[in-house]
Design a protein around this ligand. Structure first.
Ligand code: ARG
Ligand code: ZN
Length: 873
């Protein structure tokens, strides 16, 4: 095993901080290689702590220069300053100020944590533990301080000087330098600190809050990109209004700033008043961004803005509570997008993401509870489980206690804990108090990992008109949790007859559509059931579980036609397709069920009613979906074969109808990112892909025309993808033409790289290696790496899992070369192996060998060592 010793941090070891830091004055003298940081901290012992020892501050690779205690220089015998910590031996009684000077080299910071350079700007990323790479500090979220930040830089290099809060002073200095001073009146943890400086363009707007406060809005981008901020600015204003209207939350500073940078490890960061974004989630023009990009921008702008209350005003006590802010804020951004767009379509997309990202995590060696209790490296816990499952848990809470009690609970949370660093228990207590419910069983959602399975069986008694539904819960063992306690599940359901929902009673009472499963097994007796019903269970996906219910094709068709719940109508189509696909994987000669083809034809015929919904219903389960369903001894090539066969059969049988749909869904006039048009484009493009699946010349000609004439990136990319998939000379030509068109636009070139990395062709690995030599590619930029390497490893099932293991060793080499520079990025790539144990024996052995080889390397980062060790455990 690797020589990287991991020292786990445990929730049970939490202690209140021994010291508090009331104020922080940061003096930052920017220089590309020699930045000078002087931090003056007002410190006192925490009256709530019993500890009496020395003061020990966190550091990470810091270069110490000098320190002063209440203005008097400290001698070497008074303190120890190491790269990783600063210790003050004799701590004065009462409050004191500690001033520490450090030096750092932003241009050498390739980890993108702490203070670094992205293109020509200086910027910071402090969550989770990056502040300690800037100065020594109690770098933990329960130490809240009021920050004043003075930034000084060359005017020419950095005309814009930004930090948290409101600007209170600026001015010109000698030697072409200038400065600005920012003050943030809201006490905050160090992870929310931010500073940006550079030669950036700014787009301005304004917002008046419900109570009449005028807020300046500013988005900073590279010069020349100003026109690409329009949508982000619009999304920001809509987010601000929505949070007032739906959660009663107003913005609280005079200014709100967003900065787009091109080197960023994650999506974005909610620093108080100064959100820093991966530029991919800010910049958009119809010619450069797809509908999905627009939707992501809207969601992420909202997400970071909503953190101002759920995360910043009320923050986490410790990093185990990460879902307190992330799960809740994802829930809030999902609700926002649902209100701005189509609620059912948003729900289906969110569940698709949950299943593909989170269920796969929960079913493999990296499974962990929504609130983990142990970690080696916190950066590895910004996961689908903490974010997406965390959001599901909040959603279930709302379902269980009802909208009104949920609203009261949220109000209570904001009232009770404003300005505090709290825990999941504090959060849940607000809802227990607001609803009068005992939520102790519900807390298991935060503690038990793994995806629960709900089994359902129903018996209809024709003569009595009753339907007995028995639900049972199966909680699979997960790493560290062999045995589990029964959990609480909100199950929305209905019984569906030929003409739609049956008006039924439960235990003789009117049935409101919701039952709570709390026991290992429970039965529910419905009456007034006058015809043979089909159970529609887990409506709206009311709990993040795997549902096992034996519905035959006729039953699925009934749901598809008559269920009042749109989610389950979509689910019925998916389940039907999945049934077919599983049979095809086992035996590729299985004939395709004509009733399914007919059902798809019906969806096409009604496509105009709700195109976005129809598009989702037409899209077949992905290869990864099928693999998850199979569960063990997975052969990705067989899955690909089955899916390809079904697609081309549909293409052949429905060719004319598909072409008609493509025609009907075309849009005249200029591009609009609004949900209505986006829905039409998505139906058109799903139809296009299916129509081309059997290599139809007529359909490929339509794709070619769309590629040549599209007035927006959504249609252009869809056509490019379809042509490239066809494996024809026209596909190669389109790829080349696209590159020539967009050669200098990194975010667009990223798309071009991704399309190629995901091609299920034998030649793809060689192609990816070639693309790495393209001048647009760089192993140092996370967006470039994710677009090419990440797309290959995470989204190309057949080629990443090549039967000879080449895909694995290729990714391993890249991980090892990135790790010394950017451990977070390397660790993220390694997560591609999260399903390795469910592969068939040959691939499984090769994946294991690759993982062992990585694990054996000396000098791995903590990030990579943690993932590889857990993957192999
Ligand atoms: N809090 C950010 C968000 O909105 C994520 C930042 C995580 N960064 C990291 N280096 N782990 O989701
Ligand atoms: Zn977040």
């Amino acid at each position: 095993m690797s020589d990287t010793a991991l020292e786990p941090v445990r929730l049970v070891d939490y202690r209140v901080p021994a010291f508090l830091i009331d104020t922080v004055h940061l003096d930052i003298g920017l220089d590309r290689t020699q930045t000078r940081i002087v931090a003056t901290l007002a410190i006192r012992r925490n009256p709530a702590s019993e500890e009496r020892g020395p003061l020990k501050l966190d550091g990470d690779s810091l270069l110490f220069v000098e320190a002063w205690l209440d203005g008097v220089p400290l001698q070497t015998r008074d303190c120890i300053a190491l790269p990783q910590s600063f210790t003050l031996h004799h701590v004065p009684e009462g409050s004191f100020t500690l001033t520490i000077e450090t030096r750092l080299d932003p241009s050498a910071n390739t980890q993108l944590m702490g203070l670094y350079r992205s293109n020509s700007a200086y910027c910071t990323q402090c969550e989770a533990e990056g502040f300690r790479r800037i100065t020594y500090f109690l770098d933990r979220p329960d130490v809240l301080s009021v920050y004043t930040t003075r930034i000084e830089a060359s005017f020419q290099e950095a005309p814009a000087l930004l930090a948290n809060g409101n600007k209170i002073e600026d001015g010109v200095l000698n030697h072409g330098r200038h400065f600005a001073v920012w003050h943030d009146p809201f006490p905050k943890p160090s992870y929310l600190f931010a500073m940006v400086a550079g030669d950036l363009a700014v787009v301005r707007d304004s917002f008046v809050t419900a109570s009449g406060r005028h807020v300046r809005l500013e988005i900073y981008v590279e010069h020349g990109k100003e026109s690409r901020c329009t949508y982000a600015m619009d999304a920001l204003k809509r987010s601000m209004r929505w949070d007032e209207q739906v959660f009663g939350r107003e913005y609280d500073l005079d200014i709100f700033m967003i900065v787009a940078v091109s080197d960023f490890n994650m999506g974005a960061m909610e620093n108080k008043g100064l959100n820093v974004f991966n530029d991919k989630y800010v910049l958009a023009l119809p010619e450069t961004a797809t509908d999905l990009d627009y939707a992501n921008i809207e969601a992420i702008i909202a997400h970071e803005y909503f953190h101002n209350w759920t995360g910043n005003r009320i923050t986490c006590r410790d990093w185990f509570q990460l879902c307190l802010k992330e799960g809740l804020t994802v829930f809030r951004d999902q609700e926002f997008s649902s209100d701005q767009r189509s609620r059912p379509v948003k729900r289906i997309n969110d569940v698709k993401t949950l299943r593909s990202q989170q269920f796969s995590e929960d079913g493999g060696p990296l499974a962990h509870p929504v609130r983990p209790e142990i970690y080696n490296e916190i950066n590895n816990f910004y996961t689908a489980t903490v974010y997406e499952k965390g959001a599901e848990v909040v959603r279930m809470l709302k379902t269980l206690i009802g909208d009104e009690a949920f609203g009261k609970g949220m109000d209570l949370y904001f009232e009770r804990h404003d300005g505090e660093a709290v825990t999941i228990e504090d959060f849940i207590a607000c809802f227990a108090d607001a609803s009068g419910r005992d939520l102790s069983q519900f807390m298991l959602w935060y503690r038990q990992s793994g995806t629960p399975e709900i089994r359902a069986e129903g018996v209809w008694d024709e003569s009595g008109g009753t339907y007995a539904l028995t639900l049972s819960q199966i909680l699979p063992a997960t790493p560290g949790q062999p045995q589990k306690q029964p959990m609480l599940f909100p199950i929305r359901l209905g019984l569906v007859g030929v003409k739609g929902d049956l008006p039924i009673r439960l235990d003789g009472e009117h049935f409101d559509g919701l039952v709570a499963l709390t026991e290992p097994q429970q039965s529910f007796l419905f009456s007034d059931v006058g015809e043979k019903p089909v159970p529609s269970l887990l409506r709206g996906f009311s709990a993040p579980v795997k549902l096992a219910v034996d519905l035959d094709e006729e039953a699925l068709l009934t749901l598809l036609r008559a269920d009042s719940d749109p989610f389950n109508r979509w689910q019925a189509a998916q389940s039907y397709a999945l049934k077919l696909l599983l049979r095809l994987v086992k035996d590729s000669a299985t004939p395709i069920d004509p009733r399914f083809v007919e059902a798809i034809s019906g969806i096409l015929a009604r496509g105009g009613d709700d195109p976005a919904f129809a598009a989702l219903s037409l899209a077949l389960p992905s290869e990864a979906d099928i693999a998850r369903e199979i569960g063990s001894d997975v052969d990705p090539q067989a899955i690909y074969g089955a899916r390809t066969k079904l697609r081309s059969t549909l293409g052949s049988h429905l060719g004319a109808e598909l072409l008609r749909t493509i025609e009907m869904m075309s849009i005249d006039g200029p591009y609009s990112p609004q949900a209505r048009d986006a829905g039409r484009r998505s139906l058109r493009n799903v139809a296009l892909e299916l129509a081309c699946a059997n290599g139809s010349k007529a359909a490929l000609a339509v794709a070619q025309a769309q590629f040549d004439n599209a007035n927006n990136m959504t249609d252009e990319m869809a056509a490019l993808n379809t042509l490239a998939l066809s494996g024809t000379a026209a596909g190669e030509q389109a790829l080349q033409g696209f590159r020539e068109r967009y050669g200098s636009d990194p975010l667009v070139v990223d798309k071009w790289m991704s399309v190629q990395a995901m091609l299920p062709h034998e030649t793809t690995l060689a192609r990816v290696k070639d693309l790495m030599r393209d001048s647009a590619f760089s192993l140092h930029n996370p967006n470039r790496v994710r677009a090419l390497i990440g797309a290959f490893s995470a989204n190309n099932q057949t080629q990443f899992n090549r039967p000879n293991g080449e895909g694995y060793s290729f990714i391993a080499d890249i991980i090892l070369s990135i790790d010394p520079k950017n451990p977070q990025l390397a660790a993220r790539l390694l997560v591609a192996f999260k399903m390795w144990r469910s592969l068939e024996a040959g691939r499984r052995a090769l994946a294991a060998a690759t993982l062992r080889d990585i694990a054996a390397r000396p000098g791995l980062s903590r990030d990579v060592a943690d993932i590889v060790q857990r993957s192999l455990a």
